[in-house]
Design a protein around this ligand. Structure first.
Ligand code: PLP
Length: 376
């Protein structure tokens, strides 16, 4: 009997050169969190984002956000505004620093941080003599947030923005690449992201001093001395030279990966838009999403669950959209500024399999199951 293979939400997709770079690391014995692949990978990202940027390759996206907060001197008692509709890794580093997250709901055009609610929150906190130390904005599922509006508010109140571009390498906002829309941005190369090093991340800055400081902190903050001398607390957050080799191979195929994910989105949309109960997130004019994950919004929780269950019964992975941070038990005591947008997305939305390695046969199998959901 022919058994169907499991279809994953987003699985790693190697390009071909990764092993060559990994072998070079072995051949030269650079099995360490530094070496030619780390430098080469940083250069590749720099070239991709624009040469005026400075890139520090780190052990994860989470570590990159943590160091970004550290570079902004966020510390105990400070407040940080954070998009509520995101993965918990956007917010957890705020807690690592002993600071307090305040969650901001999304707006419907991009599903990302609402400029209106952001400004309301800032005014409220300033009135209470608690001016926020930073804003964490996220390009969720690859869709850019409204950067002009967010940056204007940030500038008006003089609060730095950390751009969480973990899901958005290859996305663009007007003529700019995501990861370059702010003074401090982060990327992730976890196994499920658009390209992967199995695990890894990067911090992107405008200044070589900030990059050097990030590298210094990420390698245990050793002062310049023959012995181990420390005048600040360091972290072990640098990327491994072996894993950076995977990253160098992956950077050779980033454009192909973006095209493949966008093609998935278009194929889903082409075949499902005849159903009135299913909606897609369109790109506002000037926005270009890498379509890391194709998401649908249904008209009810019940329908969403029936689709999800039918896919699961055929060994196809799908997942509800991110549960907003202001609804998470771990953040239940945190303040939030919400209007119901992300709660509705969480209730009715579903992530569909979106890997760049999905075949037409895989997509047709998924579409067949969805299209046959009763009462669609
Ligand atoms: C994946 C992800 C992160 C964390 O990146 P890791 O490399 O997994 O630590 C942060 N923010 C968002 C939005 C993510 O999707």
């Amino acid at each position: 009997m022919l058994t169907k293979t499991k279809i994953y939400l987003s699985s790693p997709h190697m390009g071909g050169s990764e092993q060559k770079f990994v072998n070079q690391a072995f051949d030269t014995n650079w099995i360490a969190p530094l070496g030619p692949n780390v430098n080469g990978f940083e250069d590749d990202i720099k070239k991709y984002l624009g040469n005026d940027k400075h890139v520090a390759a780190l052990s994860s996206g989470t570590a990159s956000i943590h160091l970004a907060l550290q570079l902004l001197n966020v510390s105990k008692g400070d407040e940080v505004l954070c998009q509520s509709f995101t993965f918990s890794a956007s917010a957890n580093p705020i807690i690592y620093q002993g600071a307090t997250p305040i969650f901001i709901d999304s707006e419907p055009d991009t599903w990302n941080i609402s400029p209106e609610l952001l400004e309301i929150a800032i005014k409220d906190r300033i009135e209470k003599f608690k001016k926020p130390k930073a804003i964490i904005a996220v390009h969720l599922y690859g869709m850019p947030y409204k950067a002009n509006e967010i940056n204007a508010i940030a500038l008006k109140y003089d609060i730095p923005v950390i751009e969480d571009s973990a899901e958005a390498l290859g996305s663009r906002y007007f003529d700019q690449t995501c990861g370059t829309l702010s003074d401090l941005a982060i990327l992730s190369f976890n196994g499920n992201k658009i390209i992967t090093t199995s695990g890894g991340g990067a911090l992107i800055t405008n200044s070589s001093e900030l990059k050097d400081k990030a590298v210094f902190l990420s390698t245990q903050a050793r002062d310049n001395a023959p012995h181990y001398e420390h005048s600040s607390i360091g972290f072990n957050y640098r990327m491994s030279n072996v894993l950076a080799g995977i990253g160098r191979g992956q950077m050779e195929v980033i454009d192909e990966r973006v095209n493949a994910r966008r093609k998935n989105f278009n194929y889903y949309k082409q075949n499902l838009s005849k159903f009135q109960n299913i909606e897609f997130l369109e790109e506002p004019s000037g926005f270009f999403s890498n379509r890391w994950i194709t998401c649908i919004k249904t008209t009810s929780f019940d329908l969403r669950e029936r689709i999800r269950q039918a896919l699961q019964d055929d060994d196809i992975e799908s997942r509800p959209l991110w549960k907003p941070m202001h609804m998470q038990p771990v953040f239940k005591d945190c303040m939030s500024f919400t209007d119901g947008t992300s709660e509705e997305l969480f209730k009715n939305g579903l992530c569909l399999p979106s890997g760049s390695n999905l075949s037409r046969t895989d997509l047709d199998r998924i579409l067949n199951i969805i299209s046959n959901t009763p009462n669609l």
